[in-house]
Structure formats: C-alpha cells, structure tokens
Design a protein around this ligand. Structure first.
Ligand code: NAG
Ligand code: NAG
Ligand code: NAG
Ligand code: NAG
Ligand code: NAG
Ligand code: NAG
Ligand code: NAG
Length: 435
C-alpha cells in the first residue's frame, strides 16, 4: 500500500513539474511572438506610469502648443501616403467608459461622410441608450433596423454590442474590419464604478466615504449582497472590458495565465486595431494609417463626453484593494497589457515612416480646430492646407457642429441619411454631448 501511495505522490509531482515546464515554454512563445523587448516608449508616455487618474485626465485634455503648424507644413503640396483604398466597412466594439463615446463620434462622422449603412437598433426598441444587443453575445440581422431603401447589407456598427466575430460576420458585409478599445483597468474601474450612479444602485453604498475602496476590500461580500438583493446586473463587473471585447465568457474566471494568453492571442487576430485610451491621439493616428483615412477624418472634440466630477473616485487604493482588483480582473489586466504592447509594437514599426511627426502635427491641428470651434463668433473658415497626411480642407460652422455632436444625434442623422429621409442636420443639437 505504502509503495503505491509513494508512486502516486511521485507521479503527481512529475505531472505538476512537466505542466509547469510546458506552461512556461508556452507562455514564453506567446509573448515572444510580440518581440517587444526593443520598444522604447518616448518619455512623455513613460511619465504616465505613475500618474494618478486626475493628473492623467488633466494631461489628456491639455494639448501641446504648436502655434506655427500651418507655416511649418505649408511647403508640402501632396499627400505622401502609400495607401489608396480607405476602409469603409467596419465594426467598433464600444467598451463603456474608455473614451468610446468620443471615438463613436469620430467614426459616425466618417460613416456619414461616406454614406455607410449602419446596423441601427430597431426603432421599436425606443433607442433609449446607445445599446444594440449588449449584453448578449449573439447578434442577428433582425436586431438592426431594416428598410427597403438600404436593405440589410450593413457596413458599419457602432452601438453597444459584445464582440462575436462569427455572429457579426453574418450581419455585416464581407471583409468587415473590427476595431476595439481598452483602458488601463485601474483607471477604468474608477470611472466605471461611479458612472451613472451604477454602484450605489447595485451595492447600496450611497453616501459612503470611499465606496470603491470598500468594495475592493471585500468584493465577494458586495457581490453576494448584490445577488441576494436580486440587483444582479446584466453582466458581472469582473473582467468587463475583456467580456465586451469578446473574450470567451466561460473562461473569464480562470486564473490560468496560459489559457488566458491563448484566448487573447486568438482574439487579437480578429481585430484590425485596438485603440488604447491612455494613448488616445497616438491611437487615432495609428487608426488612420491602418484604415487609410485622411487626417480630417480623425479630428475629435477635446470636450469630454460624460465627464464625471465625483472626487471619491480619486481616493487612492490600498495595496490590498489594488491586489483584490488585480485578482478578480486578471483577464482585463492581462488583455490590456497585451494590446498595449501590441500597440507599441506597431508604433515601433511606423516610427520610421514619420509616425511621431504625424502625431505632433495632429495634436496641433486638434488644438487649432477645437480653439476655432469653441470661439463664440466664427470668423472666416479655418483653411487647413495639404499636409503629408491630409488633403486640404476647411473648418467651418458645420464642421464644428459635427465635431461636437452627441453620438446619439449623429447616429440618428446617419440613419436618416440611409433611409433618405432628408432631415439631415436640420436640428443640430450642438453641445448636447458635454454637460
Ligand atoms: C518549447 O517550444 C518550442 C517551440 O515553440 C518547442 O520546439 C519545444 O518542443 C517546446 N519544449 C517543450 C518542453 O515543450
Ligand atoms: C526581435 O527584434 C529584434 C530587433 O528588432 C531582432 O533582432 C530579433 O531577431 C527579434 N527576435 C525575434 C524572436 O523575432
Ligand atoms: C508611485 O507614486 C507613489 C506615491 O505617489 C509612490 O509611493 C510609489 O513609489 C510610486 N511608484 C513608482 C513605481 O514610481
Ligand atoms: C514620401 O514617401 C516616400 C516613400 O514612401 C519617401 O521616400 C519620401 O521621403 C517621402 N517624402 C516626404 C516628403 O516625406
Ligand atoms: C436580437 O434578435 C434575436 C433574434 O431575432 C432576438 O431573440 C433578440 O431578442 C434580439 N435582441 C434585441 C436586443 O433586440
Ligand atoms: C457567437 O456567435 C455564434 C454564431 O451565432 C454562436 O454559435 C456562438 O455561441 C456565439 N458565442 C458566444 C460566446 O455566445
Ligand atoms: C504600455 O506599454 C508601454 C510599452 O510596453 C509601457 O511603457 C507603458 O507603461 C504601458 N502603459 C500602461 C498604461 O501600462
């Protein structure tokens, strides 16, 4: 008997060791494929590492000054892109609280300009929010409004869904590209937790001094309370970004990094590009390059949509709270890390092709255009000359209206355009976006 027990014990030790070895080798190859060792992120980005959320947000809003951008580029007479075929068939996976509303505005403007056909929520649903099928992991053509005018061949989708390529490919025209977005998880929970008084409803912690800290001190306790109160939300708060980005739901609770990495690796092949909120303008420039767009297409408003002012969200987390957050959101952290690395890898590839020069120009252009658009009295239209990355264009009152419109209004206008009901821009609700 003793011998058998000893053999059994030895066997399990052997199994453990070999699976450990296999795992190390496996995860090594996954991360190795990215080959990110040589990336050197410019110092402006490195500073981000240890900045608190409010500092980050202030910094995000503060735009680099560059007064002379018009003169410095005026010698260029032609765009110098190698691509000629802009992508006009894509889905945006809108992850809540990641700057996704600002991005939706940019994409909706592009879709409008290019007369794209959007999967718009069924009118009968009442379209209260910006939701399409969320939190369902399935989507069907019947979920989109259809009309005899435009049929059901969609080449644009921007409302809230959960990514599922198989299901979405059946709804969209062939060759659709997928664009995602992710935000650093700690910064994301600060924003998500206080969004729309979400958690005071779910966890009944209204009026507490530090609701986020208390929740993270003992998340299991609060989750249990919430489920007892039957205030269980449509989806768990855990690994929320990963879930929306299409990480297999049945693997969301795994702690096994090998399994997580394999799933992330498979998912990343299905995305053409994933925007990283922390590097928003760099991401837009990269998006422009990947989709072969003009720089005027990625201009965005510097006003924040859904800005929150709750000071409680900035209370620092203790090590224990942060540890708990990392533990219950292991997939989000790993996935963010992966897509952030992937992003910087692509920056490295584009650096030799004038990426940073373009980012600098883009920042100054964003500042110029927003300054112009925020001025109460518009003078002459702002004429932007040809640059290496854009054809000449002019910024006028109409351009500013579109730049600052609420996603919902823009979506409705695009839908009117699709159905050829000519109500386009008749009722521009300027500035609805920023309360
Ligand atoms: C480790 O990975 C390499 C290549 O990916 C493979 O050739 C090798 O057999 C693996 N080693 C073990 C112990 O699994
Ligand atoms: C990683 O990149 C460096 C430099 O870009 C290159 O020399 C090296 O061979 C690459 N390694 C792998 C495994 O691709
Ligand atoms: C981050 O900042 C905190 C306090 O501001 C400091 O205690 C900590 O050492 C810093 N961490 C790093 C990695 O610099
Ligand atoms: C234009 O692009 C070509 C190759 O893509 C490059 O050789 C050339 O230097 C670029 N010109 C400018 C002005 O950047
Ligand atoms: C989407 O369509 C399916 C099948 O028609 C339906 O069962 C489901 O309720 C729809 N979802 C929404 C949010 O309308
Ligand atoms: C994704 O969609 C396909 C096709 O509708 C379906 O078979 C699959 O179960 C969906 N995935 C999830 C996680 O629901
Ligand atoms: C994103 O990745 C870069 C390069 O690996 C790294 O320097 C930076 O700290 C990362 N950003 C965040 C917010 O983790």
């Amino acid at each position: 008997m003793a011998v058998i027990a000893r053999v059994k014990a030895l066997w399990s030790v052997f199994l453990c060791l070999s699976s450990l070895l296999l795992f190390i080798n496996f995860s090594g190859t996954i991360w190795g494929k990215l080959n990110i060792t040589t990336i050197s992120v410019p110092s402006r980005q490195q500073e981000h590492r240890n900045l608190s959320d409010p500092v980050l947000e202030r910094r995000d809003r503060r735009l680099t000054r560059a007064e002379n951008f018009l003169t410095s580029e005026s010698s260029v007479t032609q765009r110098n892109d190698t691509c000629t075929d802009p992508v006009t068939n894509f889905v945006f996976i809108k992850v809540h609280k990641t700057a996704s509303a600002s991005t939706a505005v940019v994409l909706l403007r592009f879709a409008y300009k290019n007369h794209m056909t959007m999967c718009y929520p069924r009118i009968s649903k009442g379209i209260a929010g910006f939701s399409l099928t969320f939190p369902s992991t399935e989507i069907y053509k019947s979920n989109c409004s259809r009309s005899q005018v435009f049929g059901d061949h969609f080449n644009f989708l921007v409302h809230h869904t959960v990514f599922n390529k198989t299901a979405m490919d059946r709804v969209m025209k062939p060759g659709t590209k997928y664009i995602g977005i992710m935000r650093e998880p700690q910064s994301h929970i600060r924003s998500w937790f206080f969004y729309n008084r979400h958690h005071s409803r779910i966890y009944k912690n209204k009026g507490r001094k530090n609701p986020l800290g208390e929740y993270l001190d003992n998340p299991e306790y609060f989750e249990k309370l919430a489920s007892q109160r039957k205030r269980r939300q449509e989806t768990n708060d855990r690994n929320r970004q990963a879930f929306i980005m299409g990480f297999p739901p049945h693997l969301l609770n795994t702690q096994d990094t090998g399994t997580i990495d394999t799933a992330i690796w498979q998912l990343h092949h299905q995305y053409t590009f994933v925007i990283i909120s922390e590097y928003y303008e760099e991401s837009l420039v990269m998006l422009r390059r990947k989709l072969c767009w003009d720089m005027s297409d990625i201009l965005h408003s510097t006003k924040k949509i859904h800005e929150q002012h709750n000071p409680k969200r900035y209370i620092p987390l203790t090590d224990k709270q942060l540890g708990n957050h990392k533990r219950i959101n292991a997939v989000d952290y790993r996935m963010y890390d992966f897509f952030n690395r992937t992003f910087w890898k692509s920056v490295e590839e584009e650096t030799g092709r004038g990426f940073w020069e373009e980012v600098t120009y883009f920042r100054s252009l964003v500042e110029r255009v927003n300054t112009y658009c925020l001025a109460p009295k518009k003078r002459e239209p702002l004429k932007v000359p040809t640059s290496k990355w854009s054809n000449p264009f002019s910024v006028d009152e109409t351009f500013c209206k579109h730049l600052n419109q609420a996603p919902k209004d823009l979506a409705r206008n695009l839908f009117y355009q699709m159905t050829r009901r000519d109500k386009i821009w008749k009722k521009p609700s300027l500035n609805v976006a920023s309360k």
